[in-house]
Design a protein around this ligand. Structure first.
Ligand code: LLP
Length: 414
């Protein structure tokens, strides 16, 4: 199996002692490798890879990607403001928000970042407010694919995108207000294992470009969704072959179209998932009528993917890697029954005080975290070129309590 990280078990133990647990750790070198290798796999020369920063907005990671000349896919005004404050150029950012308000539209317009509009209703409002301006249009590719129903964004049961069959209405509105459609977009889902589904979505969107005249078209954006192997038994997709197929679909299209357009992709998971680890500590072993429960000092507030999507995350017992194999439920400290990272998982014997790592925790883990039960988020440590950078620091329990009081708008006592 490919050795993908330079962080070994001894280092994890050292980090636990130095920074405490729970702790998120990211391998910066792997993030850069993943970002750059997509340019090797997808050979179409006019390519832009936009990092979907919702996957992980850690500012160390964003700085790192900026130094690798990355582009960004953003989904909220605060993401745009953060990216601009960190020095990303407005021209390197696409804004793909869903169900936005008029106020949000005006706020983003002021920044100069390009809109990717995903409903006829918003298109009408945008076009009337900013006639003559440029936009990108998000279509629903009419393909249902992804790792879980909550992350499938195409097909019939979705709130995203404009139906392909509504392209005439898009044309009517854009013609009426002299709007320049510079990009067409689709995002099918996350963790797409069937590469055929990606080709199908691409083909469906490309048909729109062929069918309608969009004279200002500069790029076609096929979203994110590149799958990574979460289970040790899952094979990695042949990304070199996948990249070649994608490139040939696009180059055939451009030949027919008569102009070489830019091709965009917007992966989040692919770039950061494998770089991340959540390092936690076991404090309680319980035997519930034969069911062994390892209770840890983290919980679904720090890593919600298993609970939300039944996602599998590999777990290693780094304190006792050669222990006798036993079956465990690995649980957190949150007062809810669903608070488990893994159920009935075979692991080397876990003892109280052992440190565990939860792998592939770089995407949609910290960024989907919360302080539920009033438990602080972990610190985040970025390892770059062998150097340690503690990018975010966990609040102490007292600091967290204080932050609740100090963020109150109005303090009342009865
Ligand atoms: N572009 C758009 C418009 C998106 O909505 C998303 C993800 C992406 C790109 C990036 O997709 P990725 O390459 O990361 O799969 N929280 C879920 C994933 C939700 C993805 C939402 N949209 C998870 O943890 O699996």
């Amino acid at each position: 199996m490919e050795k993908i990280t330079s962080i070994d078990q001894n280092l994890f133990i050292k980090f636990a002692e130095k920074y405490g647990t729970p702790l998120y750790i990211y391998d910066a070198d792997l993030i850069v490798k993943r970002y750059k290798e997509l340019y090797k796999y997808i050979t179409w020369p006019k390519l832009k890879i936009l990092y979907a920063m919702k996957a992980n907005y850690n500012i160390g990671i964003l700085h790192l990607l900026k130094s690798s000349k990355a582009y960004l896919d953003t989904v909220s005004p605060a993401e745009v403001h953060l990216a601009l404050k960190l020095g990303f150029s407005k021209d390197d950012i696409l804004y793909t928000a869903n169900n936005i308000t008029g106020e949000e539209m005006r706020e983003i317009k002021k920044t100069g970042v390009l809109f990717n509009i995903d409903s006829l209703s918003r298109l009408q409002k945008y076009a009337a407010a900013y006639p003559g301006s440029e936009i990108c249009i998000r279509f629903n590719p009419d393909v249902y694919a992804g790792a879980h129903k909550h992350v499938k964004t195409g097909g019939e049961i979705t709130k995203f995108g404009i139906l392909l069959s509504d392209v005439n209405s898009v044309k009517e509105i854009t013609n009426k207000y002299n709007i320049k459609v510079v990009g067409l977009h689709e995002h099918t889902g996350s963790g797409i294992g069937e590469t055929d589904k990606v080709y199908e979505s691409m083909t469906n969107l490309l048909k729109i470009a062929n069918q309608e005249d969009f004279p200002h078209l500069r790029f076609i954006d096929f979203g994110g969704g590149f799958k990574i192997p979460y289970k040790p038994t899952s094979a990695r997709i042949d990304y070199a072959g996948f990249g070649e197929n994608i490139s040939s679909i696009f180059s055939d299209f451009c030949k027919r179209y008569g102009r070489d357009l830019y091709m965009y992709f917007e992966p989040g998971k692919y770039i950061v998932a494998e770089s991340g680890y959540l390092l936690i500590e076991v404090n309680t072993i319980k035997n519930n009528r034969g069911r062994l429960i390892a209770g840890t000092n983290s919980g679904f507030n720090h890593l919600i993917r298993p609970l939300l999507y039944s996602s599998y995350h590999q777990i290693e017992n780094i304190s006792n890697p050669n222990g006798e194999l036993k079956i465990y439920d690995v649980c957190g400290n949150i007062c809810e029954t669903g608070d488990c990272f893994a159920e009935q998982r075979e692991l080397p014997e876990i003892r109280e005080g052992d440190k565990l790592i939860i792998k592939n925790a770089g995407a949609y883990c910290y960024s989907m975290g919360s302080i539920y039960n009033l438990r602080s988020m972990p610190s985040e440590l970025l390892i770059a070129g062998g150097k340690e950078f503690l990018i975010t620091k966990r609040l102490s329990n007292e600091e967290l309590a204080e932050s609740i009081i100090s963020s109150a708008n109005e303090v009342i006592t009865f």
